[in-house]
Design a binder for this molecule. Sequence first.
Ligand SMILES: [Zn+2]
Length: 432
Amino acid sequence: MARFRMYPTSEQVSIMLDHCAHARYVWNLAVEQHSHWSKGRRAAPGFAEQCRQLTEARRENEWLRAGNADVQQQALKDFAKAKNARFTSGFGEPTWRRKYVHEGFRVIGTDRVAEFETDGSPKLNAKGKQVMGRFVVVQKLNRRWAQVKVPGCGWVRFRLSRKGKGACLPAAKTFRVTFRNGQWHIAFAVLPEPIDVPGAGEVIGIDRGVKITAALSDGRKLNCPQLTVRERAQIRKHQRRAARAPKGSEAKTAEYAKVARLKAREADRRKDWCEKTSTMLARAYGLVRFEKLNIKNMTCSAKGTVEQPGKRVRQKAGLNRVILAQSWGLLRQRTEDKAPGRVEDVPAPFTSLRCSACGWIEKKSRKSQADFVCVSCGFTCNADENAANNVAAGQGGFPRPRRSAGAGGVTAATGRSSAREPQPTWVGIPLF
Ligand SMILES: [Zn+2]
């Protein structure tokens, strides 16, 4: 995916917002059609049938006809793709798109280019006619700026913010325009080229944590950037001002916009770090091993039910926020994209308690959040590095007999399982 910031003129903005509205309307219609399906009913209409219905709807509705047919049809195509990928994408069933939240639309290229088979012969369809592929029309203006054709808006400019190899114009068949936090972005649908395996083919293990985002088995510790203390204070200030502004006032909207801009900055910083780190991993190592995390389960709420409310709900919510701020999932995903087939998940329930020197698993070895001292062999190491070493070796392990120490002694029974990781009591990020 190649993503750039777009700078449309004010007339183009209003047209593009209409495109967003149409795409959202069509998508939500498709969601509604499919939500009516139940066991025993006929299947909900597929992509081809929905396209036919869209043509009909356009014939009957003036306002829908005023919009761009390609934009509306691509929304259906997106829906069909999302529906097909619902078991593998991690997002589940496609759901409603909301105004101001999910603003965006897909555009299919308008340039028609003859397609060829892999052996060089022209690609023919069932009737023996030449198949014409569609490509996006992009023009480079100068070193910094380029422009792209968006239906109804003519040329829209975007900034070529990438240096080096990424700076050349992407040859994509479609692109997606999004509007989020007051910024327009364009993303071309191109897969990044896989990075070649480096000569040595070294194995690296990565332990992802809250204190240290990614501890590598070679001893390096990488941290995902966050907002500075000052920026967080600014967020709180604007939230406070927004809360005190009169309902529906312009001041309230303006304050919320400032909050959104700061939060967008945080997300941008995180994404940038993930891209750079994953490229580094793919370039430097032959095999990248992550410990298998179920982030969805780790960050589920502690709220409980009305009858049985959970304990320490706010604390868990804070921990969840911190976990999600580490973008563990994105780092793994992007590494996999850049090094396909060279990323492994190590199902390792006890990576942080196993001694990477002798393999002994014991809770008492983990002296604190940071230190690891093996009770069996005396091996001393940073706890995160020890866990990363275990991941690199592809080793988690299985719990040992619980209440016996390694050197023959017996440890006293505790209420908790000895195979449980020490939980962080306080993570050093102020919660707002
Ligand atoms: Zn040991």
